[in-house]
Design a protein around this ligand. Sequence first.
Ligand code: XIL
Length: 688
Amino acid sequence: MNSKKVLAAVMAAAMFAGTATAFTKVTAADDSSSKSTVIFSTSFEDGDVSAFSNRGGGDVTVMADSTEQAKTGTHSMKLTGRTKTWGGPSINVSKLCNPNQQYLISLSYFCPWYSDAQLSMQYTDESGVDHYSNLGKVHAENSWGDIESIKFSFTSSMSNVQLYLEQTAEGSYVDDVTIETVPEIAIQDDIASLSDLYKDDFKIGTSILTSNLADKPFMNLVKKHFSGSMTAGNEMKPESVLVQSKSQENAANGDETMPVVDMSSANDILNYCIENKVPIRAHTLVWHSQTPNWFFKEGFKDDGAWVSKDVMLKRMENFIKLYFEALQPYIDKGLDVYACDVVNEAWTESGTPRNARDNQTSGDSSAWVKVFGDNSFIEPAFEYARKYAPSGCKLYYNDYNEYYSGKRDAIVKMANELKAKGLIDGIGMQSHLAVGSPLAQYANNSPSYLKALQQFAETGLDIQVTELDVTTDDTSEAGLKKQAEYYGEIWKDILQYKDHISAVVLWGVTDDQSWRASRLPLLFDSDYQAKDAYYTIADLADSEPITTTTTSGNVTTTTTTTESISTTTTPAITTIDLTTSTTETTVTTTTEPTSETNTTNNKGNINVKDGEVSLWGDADTNGEFSISDAVFLCRGLTGMVDIPDQGRINANLYQVGTSKNVIDTIDSEYLMKYLVNSVQKESLPITK
Ligand code: XIL
């Protein structure tokens, strides 16, 4: 379509904007909300497919008008001749749409064979680096499948923004493509700001993605409730800032130790923080995940040999130095980098280093361990961070599942050693939780979340709750009420240690934008409305602690009689004696949480502890279900690794007969079947 035709299409579409169909995913909160406007729409009835072009890079997909299939009317666009899986029709939305505005795209897809098509977005950043992100998937099998009202947006620093469709089969059809603006929805102005409610206790913050910036109601929620702290959801991770091609140039010129770091992917989030004076947590420097394997390979090549420990130490130092240097121009403009997750997720639940393997093999492996042989990379990481971090930037070790005693103890030991050397300022508790998770205090009165808070507080280091979210499998109204109660229990634990906690950061704002969206883990729903969990947390701000502390020898006893509890610590042991307490937060932290040890019977089965599933199949409890869980489960069944309690609950897919309360090879078989798509997602667990 030439520019005249695009204009005509936009105008034509604008004329029937008032009759745009209602959206299922975005609904207006009140009458003041603006309406959506259709800015592009085609059913190919005029035979014109020229709004779509090849993706570039040698893609030769032929796009042609066709009357062989049609979702509506008699025409569609037929796709043939694709030679690369990533090839396919692309529409350049830089030309059609405005930056910093949110849009919805819908389309229909037909394939005579079993086929999936992936709708993705591609853009070029200011440094000329291309970025790709998945928007949505559609399935067809001699039928039409729909992509309905998927949100997308881009900012003014992104150019050549294209939406494109990759198909897994040859000879497919596209029809009814519509792009429309998202109606602007007002957020609730009659509820209290969480940041304000807790301003005397700790900062309240959140994490966002660049794509959220154009979502005005979303950002209004950020401003209102989460203005205390910001974390970039992905944009400041090693994979987002390390530039392979330029690092390779350095290696080719004889310097194997100098990677290249570019902060462009975080540019828009950093500028937001400057403009809105929101302090940022730099997340993260040294991590096994979202860190490319080539960073550890000779020549910075994917297929290079692993570099030596000496080379990697120098690479690490340069990486950390360059990371902070790349932040300096933003700091000069007023950015407050007040915290940094120097090392993320280095200890397993049993308190051992991860397995020495590349970062992608499985969730429990780490290329850092592969090169260093153990966790000896942690101390130099903190040394370099201390050396190069801007003044005022506190250094944290950050992890999840810290309620497991093995992991918790390993972190405490490491933290005390680093503290003695003046290298660490705090411990981050990610807190990716699930309703009813036996790992938290509330579910079965096991005080493990509280225990982690207590032990971390005893180190004298600062604590930050860095990535709080609580998933629920029951998404009914009753389920969301239970979620709110669970949030409340965790929040009460947090309040007990508020004197040791400088920030509580939610991992996102609205459920639909969460990394665990299907299990609605956040405080606001997809219509930007406060959920029960919000109200529970807001209500807890009113309760003030009444605390009595008595000390006998080196034991301090703190008695608490309200929902919010304060604890005083001595360098020795802290006892919270709540025998006289009148509240349900009654716990005695001198008792270790009852944690079931893995019991492997002689058939190789592993007993399953009762409890709620956090994610079906997620045996290694890294929050994702992938092939690494299958590997982890098999290794667990053969006794090579300990499967954590939650992992055993998650992996118990097959629940009949003798398999009911064990995980065994039937579960691993179904886990594999699910992964190769011969078991549909909806059918987990297998009950028949
Ligand atoms: C998650 C992001 O939210 C996702 O978008 C991404 O696909 C995977 O990583 N622990 C961390 C975070 O430290 O960086 C992770 O963030 C969640 C687990």
